[in-house]
Ligand binder design. Sequence first.
Ligand code: ZN
Length: 112
Amino acid sequence: MQYCENCRTLCESTCETHKTKYLRTPQSNDPVFLAQLSGFSAAMLEGVLLDEKIPFLKEGRLGAGMSVWIGSMMEQYSFYVPFGIYDQAKDLFALVSGDQMQADDGIDIEDV
Ligand SMILES: [Zn+2]
């Protein structure tokens, strides 16, 4: 298992974007990309992570000003968790996302 420092994701051997340029062995406190979610899904995942006391990083793509402009429910959030508890977080995410989750990074606008 390798870790790309630049995109903060785990990969098998090479990063799709950066090849081996930023790859190294993941450390337990490295932030690892968990999911990108919007609106209600993001709020649900955040709630579960907080409940389980899993530290995480949530980054919006648009920035605060833009969220206000188009409404925070449209904002897409990227969630990162420390590598050491990534498996645990991934299980929680699977639980939360269930069947409604579309794993692809296509635009996913939900009825809330
Ligand atoms: Zn990368």
